[in-house]
Design a binder for this molecule. Sequence first.
Ligand SMILES: Nc1ncnc2c1ncn2[C@@H]1O[C@H](COP(=O)(O)OP(=O)(O)OP(=O)(O)O)[C@@H](O)[C@H]1O
Length: 679
Amino acid sequence: MSDDMIIHFSSNSSNHSDQSLPTKIAKLEARMVGRDPSAVPATSTAPATWSSASVSSKFVPAENLAELGTSSDSDDDNGGDFLIQANTQKRQKLQEDDSTVFEHVEAVADGRQKIVETMETKAGFDVNRKKQGRGRGHAGSGRGRGSRASDQTRAHISPSTISPSNGQLEISCHKDNRSKEQFGNDDRSSLEDVASLRAKITALEEDLQKSRQESSHYQQLCHQLEKELKDLKDHEQQMKPKRMKIMSDLLISVSKAERQEARMKVRQDSLRLGNVGVIRAGTVISETWEDGQTLKDLNAHLRHLLEMKEAVERQRKSLKKRQSDKGDGIDAETGVQEEDFLIHDEIYKSRLASIKREEETFLRERDRYELDKGRLIREMKRIRDEDGSRFNNFQILNHRYALLNLLGKGGFSEVYKAYDLVEHRYVACKLHGLNAQWSEEKKQSYIRHAIREYNIHKTLVHHHIVRLWDIFEIDHNAFCTVLEYCSGKDLDAVLKATPILPEREARIIIVQIFQGLVYLNKRTQKIIHYDLKPGNVLFDDLGVAKVTDFGLSKIVEDDVGSQGMELTSQGAGTYWYLPPECFELSKTPLISSKVDVWSAGVLFYQMLFGRRPFGHDQTQERILREDTIINARKVEFPSRPAVSNEAKDLIRRCLTYNQAERPDVLTIAQDPYLTYSKK
Ligand SMILES: Nc1ncnc2c1ncn2[C@@H]1O[C@H](COP(=O)(O)OP(=O)(O)OP(=O)(O)O)[C@@H](O)[C@H]1O
């Protein structure tokens, strides 16, 4: 038996499950050299050599071992120990050769593997770029298969070293031949791999092609959509003026109808309530109010009732006189008895009571009519202002604000209801007109004042502060501020219609005003409103109260002391609502948020009692002349209507004469009366 054969056996014998194999080989060798195989011991003496062949042993196919096992099983010859030693050396040499070949084959296989991997990676990369998920899957499986192919290559090497020939085991003598064979096998399997990889590449290329097609299809779609979007935008841009025109036309026709209706209502109400008449006195023409028919009738009724009352009282007086004249007996003149006196007196009393009731009813009705008359006069004034306004012909200002109807006219401005055609909401456009007759200096001062107001107001964003949206110049003599539109009445109009509010309603209004004031005082740049009055509290359509008009407001500088800052620009705050320190003339007054606390106290008092606490019936000029507010040391409460002590206490705190003792906004806002919590 040749050394190669032994090596072959040893290579194949790594199947440790067959422990009898070395013994068999020894016996076989012994027989071949003419020795007695039975002399070979049952267990091999060279376990170390067996284990040293472990590298190649793992490549032995099971069927070869079976084949070998069968042939050696039928042979009972014994082999000598020395042979096994000699064979081991040879086998080691062969193993070295084998491993060189093996490395070479592996290198080739690895080279192919690298090519395949490169190709796959490339294909995988392309596919990845097109189809992420799928590409990654392919690349992974490709690599997996590649390494398997490499394993297979190695597996093929081992059997190639064994070549069964004529039923006998024969080891190939020349390593090169064996290597060629191995390469042959390896090439075959590698070719198969390459073929399968090519097929895969073809499939991937197809995928890539498809993805490219899809991508170009999507790109086309994208371009198409972009074009459509651009067309739509262009169309929208073209339609914008048209749409604006349609909308403003509709708004104008509604406003025109409203104007007509307002004027018709004024005419109708005038008949009932009165009208402005013109009186000429020489060259002087003046206007007077003439009551309407209903008011005339009411007044006539009241006059008649008064006359009746006087007549009954006269009768009663004379009856009493006669009664006292006659003493206890019968009246000599009329023959009326004592009891008749008593009955007549009772009749007159009863008549007087009924006249009084009737009178009260008529008086109530007259009050209602007086309120209607006040409303009518204000509406007439508004219409007259609207008719005289230079903005009354439905202009569109700044290309977006469609002016509608006049809401009212203030000292230096007109406020129009308008529609913002860009934001699609109603707004109030306050139009500040500079009088052409004013000096340039006065105009500049007015503009400075308005810009200051704008700069303060624009930063205020709070639920209980009217928002200021915009400001722009209309022309050389006018500019406009755009405000949040408050569709409800202002508090002044509310109090004119209902001078006394129920405490519950007054409370929720003052709470909202204080919330707005707290906001003004919690900002880094604190603000004193300085002109809180009923006309500057507006209501939206839900009844939410909002403070407006920051024309006189003051920014509190950072470094002011606890008593406040100097009042450098007095402004023309409304005197009924200003605290005593604002009337200090001997020195520059120090003011703080306590000014607004006082004003809020006056407002609350007025809502509850229907009159202002100080100088209610006085004109502004008289208040100043008579030092009404400087003398307003203590607030008095009427006995009616009944108001809670908590409300009165709050008013007292707000109207604390001494500024140092009066709480500021943040302190008074913590008064339990101003907070709501679930009981
Ligand atoms: N944002 C608004 N929303 C609805 N109506 C408003 C708005 N601002 C003002 N008004 C109304 O416009 C009218 C005039 O307001 P404006 O503030 O010019 O007048 P004023 O306060 O009476 O005058 P002045 O500010 O000169 O004292 C008032 O009747 C007021 O209720």
